[in-house]
Design a binder for this molecule. Sequence first.
Ligand code: NAP
Length: 295
Amino acid sequence: MTAQTATPRTPVTVLGLGNLGQALADAFLAQGHPTTVWNRSAHKADGPVSRGATLAATVAEAVTASELVVVTVLDYDTVGELLRPAAGALAGRTLVNLTTGTPGAARDLGAWVADRRAAYVDGAVYAVPQTIGTAGAFVLYSGDEAAYRQHRPALDLIGEGVFVGTAPDLSSVYDTALLSGMYGMFSGFFQAVALAGTEGIEAAAVTSQLVRWLTAAAEALPAFAEEIDRGEYDTTTSNLEINAVGLRNILATTEAQGLSTDLLAPLQRLFDDQVDSGHAASSLSRAIESLRAGR
Ligand SMILES: NC(=O)c1ccc[n+]([C@@H]2O[C@H](COP(=O)([O-])OP(=O)(O)OC[C@H]3O[C@@H](n4cnc5c(N)ncnc54)[C@H](OP(=O)(O)O)[C@@H]3O)[C@@H](O)[C@H]2O)c1
């Protein structure tokens, strides 16, 4: 009889046990990774420790415990403050930073970590703590590709990993873009709910229809993106003039109902600029040219 031996799991350290860090530690623990944790407020380690994690007394001790170190705290300044006293322990390890920040901060941290002879991988998480490890969760990574590939089995426990490039700031650039899209959607949501509310329609009633419509409308985005990448804006469907007129009607109604037009008026300026520049018959996607020109 041949004895079956399980493949040893990579030891992982999780620095930061806020909402996200707790979920990450649990995802690693659930799959048998020896998991070391550290958090400023040590009591937040009670849950992970009860499920098998080891609590480190210091950041340096936590970094020393594992070849793979995942950090998720408030911001990049905090990451820097935590790691500076532990700098000597970083050599030969991989730091995966899942904290949200700016591309500039990711570049600076990536260079600092590389100077410590450690590998740096920056990541942007598209999940909430409750959906970590589920099919809908994904993470965009950039930075040291070899280190990312080496640790992919563990990192994929967070959500599907997508490596977007070797520049350390690239995942943060993507993140800024994706979150811009999300906040644009929220501004449309607030506008829709406020407008419907002026006629006594409850938020839930308009939202159930809005989600259907936004889901269908989102399907147009890849075709718009192809037009933008080609720089060719011929269309037989949704041209700029029809959208400029449509949005003007919406703004007039919004004003008539006593609401602010601040969220949508800038979009009208882009459409009008394109129409005034002779592109009334072009695709709606051509509005990006006015944005790029800073108009
Ligand atoms: N939650 C999500 O769904 C989600 C999704 C994607 C990305 N993110 C990003 O992940 C990061 C963490 O988010 P979170 O939801 O886990 O936040 P959170 O629950 O507010 O936790 C914040 C963490 O940062 C630590 N912290 C704050 N200031 C500190 C300091 N001066 N020194 C040491 N530690 C400090 C906190 O320690 P204490 O416990 O001691 O306060 C805690 O561990 C953020 O950048 C967030 O944008 C979160």
